[in-house]
Design a protein around this ligand. Structure first.
Ligand code: GBH
Length: 467
């Protein structure tokens, strides 16, 4: 560890992507404006009891009507890129191509034009969790017809927006969609059949991703020449007791489970052996009906290789150790010396990011990696001097810089988030933004926190030049 903690001085390679991110439901607002259909998050937040303090994304940061303010904020940070997501029901109100909402397409076209005019390149996510409610009504991700729906949606975006976009992300964090949305019920759509559902949902998401990639590859790559991939989230895990082999094994399965579910089929082919074994073991131990669907050999081939880079969202590390609670085979804990944040699940553990990057390099054939999210929150009283965020970005980004030592092919870094926004089930109570938004001011002004100039200076220096 001591070696890990040491600062490395140096610069990132030329043309490194410096970005900041948001997602449609978390910032756009305008939930019934411009011909938008309803999403599962509109329904979920309007159902009492789901979101802290009854918050909703009805208005959020009102980014739908405040595009200029967002662009001004991005210019202030001096990012080279901006990651945002498209709201599917804003483009296809009932999820299908029966009706294409031109106002929705125009909104994103205008956003892209404004970004490009400001010399900021877009990274566009197709799906950051706001599924059209009409598709949920026929089973959502559980119904395999959604694969075709997603492919058609992707086709429309590539056709209409593709000439202005070089970087695409099909899905944001399928793991969270499956587990929080279909097991825990803390995210939309909520479900009460947790056993098999996350595996079916994920199976369809993986296939939908692959189909979108193929559409791009077959129809658009030659003329648009961009990159399409998926973004997975992964914590890093350390053994709780480094003298115990079983703690190492538990740590390895935590990381492999995150990555093996989605990245293994896409980067290596099929679910990882550990993934298959672990679902089977859990099922047997729990006396449950869990089972992992199988890909046919043709499907394995069609999915394998559907990436142009590796998209990674990473926030923190955990300590792992085995337990035997039937279904639950390992457990995660925090070290009590790790610094906390405004979110109970997020400790400041910069060393894990470097280790995770090395793991990805070895596990998935040294792909180009874009860190598509990394950031920290606060809650409670407002303090624009966000020293914890400066600390977080300095330490984490410095760990990324060690890609030079490890020869990992990292090509970009994205700070989550540009703005304080709707943090899903906890509403506006946890704030991840570089910019603070005073929600009691109807103008919702974007006020820079101290971390803005800090992140901006890292970007201007392209790293940490030797003092
Ligand atoms: C990302 O998810 C999302 O992509 C982004 O939209 C989000 O705003 C950001 O992180 C910050 O959370 O309270 O125990 O139920 C990261 C995965 C999903 C991890 C929500 C924490 C809540 C855990 N996060 N989850 S819990």
């Amino acid at each position: 560890l001591p070696d890990d903690e040491k600062m490395l001085y140096g610069e990132f390679k030329k043309d490194f992507i410096w970005s900041s991110a948001t997602a449609s439901y978390q910032i756009e607002g305008a939930w019934r404006q411009g011909g938008k259909g309803l999403s599962i998050w509109d329904k979920f937040t309007h159902t009492p009891g789901n979101i802290l303090q009854h918050d909703t994304g009805d208005i959020a940061c009102n980014s739908y009507n405040k595009m200029e303010d967002d662009i001004a904020a991005l210019k202030k940070v001096k990012v080279s890129h901006y990651r945002f997501s498209v709201s599917w029901p804003r483009i296809l109100p009932d999820g299908t191509t029966k009706y294409i909402n031109q106002a929705g397409i125009n909104y994103y076209k205008k956003l892209l034009d404004s970004l490009i005019a400001a010399n900021i390149q877009p990274q566009v996510t197709l799906y950051h969790w706001d599924l059209p409610q009409a598709l949920q009504d026929v089973g959502g991700w559980e119904n395999e017809t959604i694969i075709e729906r997603f492919r058609d949606y992707a086709d429309i975006l590539f056709e209409n927006l593709g000439p202005k976009v070089q970087l695409w992300i099909t899905f944001n964090e399928p793991f969270i969609i499956a587990i929080l949305g279909h097991v825990q019920g803390t995210h939309a759509p909520f479900s009460d059949r947790p056993d098999t559902l996350p595996y079916i949902v994920s199976h369809n998401i993986i296939k939908a991703h692959a189909e979108a990639w193929h559409v791009y590859n077959d129809k658009y790559r030659a003329s648009q020449n961009g990159m399409v991939s998926i973004t997975v989230n992964a914590d890093w895990a350390e053994p709780r007791n480094p003298y115990k082999q079983e703690d190492y094994d538990a740590a390895r399965s935590v990381v492999e489970f995150y990555l093996g579910w989605y990245a293994h089929p896409i980067f290596n082919g099929d679910y990882s052996p550990l993934m298959k074994r672990s679902v089977l073991e859990q099922s047997l131990a729990g006396g449950l009906t869990k089972s992992l669907p199988e890909f046919t050999p043709e499907e394995i081939k069609r999915i394998n290789g559907t990436y142009d880079y590796f998209g990674l969202n990473h926030y923190c590390s955990v300590l792992a150790f085995p337990v035997d609670f039937g279904e639950i085979q390992h457990f995660e804990a925090d070290d009590r010396t790790w610094l906390e944040s405004g979110s109970h699940w997020l400790t400041m553990t910069p060393f894990g990011l470097r280790r995770l990057l090395k793991f990805i390099k070895h596990e998935f054939g040294n792909p180009p990696i874009i860190i598509t999210e990394n950031g920290v929150s606060e809650n409670g009283p407002v303090d624009l001097n966000d020293v914890h965020r400066k600390y977080f970005y300095e330490k984490y980004i410095n760990q990324v810089l060690k890609y030079l030592l490890d020869d990992v092919n990292v090509i970009g870094y994205t700070a989550w988030s540009l703005l304080d926004n709707l943090e899903w089930a906890v509403g506006y109570t946890e704030r991840f933004g570089l910019f603070y938004i005073n929600r009691s001011d109807p103008d919702l002004p974007r006020t820079p926190k101290a971390s803005v100039s800090f992140y901006s200076s890292i970007i201007s220096c392209n790293g940490f030049p030797d003092p």
